[in-house]
Design a protein around this ligand. Structure first.
Ligand code: HEC
Length: 264
C-alpha cells in the first residue's frame, strides 16, 4: 500500500485491518509461543537463551516500576521491576545484570526525546529473556513490537499505583507514537503541566508502571505457550523506510516517498 492511503487520523487502512491479521497470526502460535530451545552459544562465548523466566504478578511488577521510576527513571525502572523479582525467584543471570546502567534511557535516551525509555526497557527485557530474532527467538522481537503498538494506541497512564505521590487524577492522553517527545508533549499540552512539575513526573512513573504491567502479561502468555503477536507493522518492507505508521501526523498530506529502488 502506498503512503497516500491514509485516513485523516494518519492510520493506514492496513492498520485498521490488523485485527484480521491477528487472527491469522494465531496460527503462527506454535512458532512464536514458548520457544523451547537454547540458542547455540557462539564460539568463545557462553551466551544462552532463553533466560529462565518465572511468571510474575503484573500489578506487583507495576508497583515496583512506579517506585523505581523515582530512583532510576523510566527505562531502568521497567527493567528493574522485572529483574529484581527474577533475582529472587531465579538468581543468575539476573543477579549480575547491571540494571542501574540503563538510567541513560531516561527522557527518550539521555533526554533527546527519542523512543520512550519504558518501551526501550521493555524491549531489552523481552529480548534478554526470550532471545534475539537472529537466534530464532521471534517472540522477543514480536513482544517488543507489541509493546510499541500498545503504548501508542492506549490512553496513558493506565496504571494507578496504590499510593501515588500525586493524589489527584491525571489526564490521560494517547500518544499515537512510541516517542518520548511526542508522548510527553501531548500529555503536557492536555494537562497544562510543565516538564518539571510533580504531575508530569508522576505521569511518567505511572506510564513506566503501565508498560511493566503489560510486558509481564505478554511474558506470562509466552511462558504458558499461548502468546500470539498483536502487531504486524513492518514499515521497511511496506514503505521502504523505518518509521511509525501515522505518516500524516508529522508530514501532513504531503508524505515524501523514499527512493523505493533502494529499499531492502
Ligand atoms: C513522528 C513524526 C514522523 C512520522 C510519524 C513520519 N515521519 Fe517521515 N520524517 C519525519 C521528519 C521530521 C523527517 C525529516 C524532515 C522532513 O523531511 O520532513 C522525515 C523524513 C522522511 C523521509 C525522507 C525524505 C524527506 O523528504 O525528508 C521520508 C521518505 C519519510 N519521512 C517518509 C515517511 C513515511 C512513509 C511515514 C509513514 C510510514 C513517515 N515518514 C512517518 C517525521 C515523521
Amino acid at each position: 500500500m502506498k503512503a497516500d492511503g491514509m485516513d485523516e487520523k494518519g492510520l493506514s487502512r492496513r492498520q485498521m485491518v490488523i485485527g484480521a491479521g491477528v487472527l491469522a497470526a494465531g496460527t503462527a502460535l506454535a512458532r512464536f509461543g514458548g520457544w523451547p530451545g537454547l540458542a547455540q552459544a557462539k564460539d568463545g562465548t557462553t551466551e544462552k537463551w532463553p533466560w529462565p523466566y518465572e511468571k510474575l504478578d503484573p500489578a506487583t511488577t507495576a508497583e515496583l516500576a512506579y517506585q523505581e521510576w523515582y530512583r532510576v527513571f523510566c527505562g531502568a525502572a521497567v527493567i528493574s521491576s522485572v529483574f529484581t523479582q527474577l533475582r529472587e525467584k531465579v538468581g543468575e543471570p539476573y543477579r549480575s545484570f547491571p540494571v542501574d546502567s540503563f538510567v541513560f534511557l531516561e527522557g527518550g535516551l539521555v533526554g533527546w526525546g527519542t523512543v520512550c525509555g519504558s518501551n526501550a526497557g521493555a524491549n531489552i527485557v523481552a529480548n534478554l529473556i526470550i532471545g534475539p530474532r537472529i537466534a530464532g527467538a521471534d517472540a522477543g522481537h514480536q513482544i517488543g513490537a507489541d509493546m510499541l503498538q500498545w503504548y501508542s494506541d492506549t490512553p496513558q497512564p493506565v496504571f494507578m499505583p496504590k499510593e501515588p505521590r500525586v493524589k489527584t487524577e491525571l489526564v490521560k492522553t494517547t500518544a499515537e507514537s512510541p516517542l518520548c517527545h511526542v508522548s510527553v508533549g501531548k500529555w503536557m499540552q492536555a494537562s497544562g503541566k510543565p516538564l518539571g512539575s510533580p504531575e508530569r513526573k508522576d505521569r511518567c512513573a505511572r506510564v513506566a508502571a503501565s508498560v511493566a504491567y503489560h510486558l509481564v502479561e505478554l511474558l506470562n502468555d509466552w511462558k504458558d505457550g499461548r502468546y500470539a503477536p498483536a502487531s504486524a507493522w513492518s514499515p521497511a518492507k511496506e514503505f521502504g523506510i523505518t518509521g511509525q505508521p501515522n505518516c500524516v501526523e508529522c508530514h501532513g498530506a504531503d508524505i515524501p516517498a523514499p527512493p523505493m529502488a533502494q529499499k531492502t
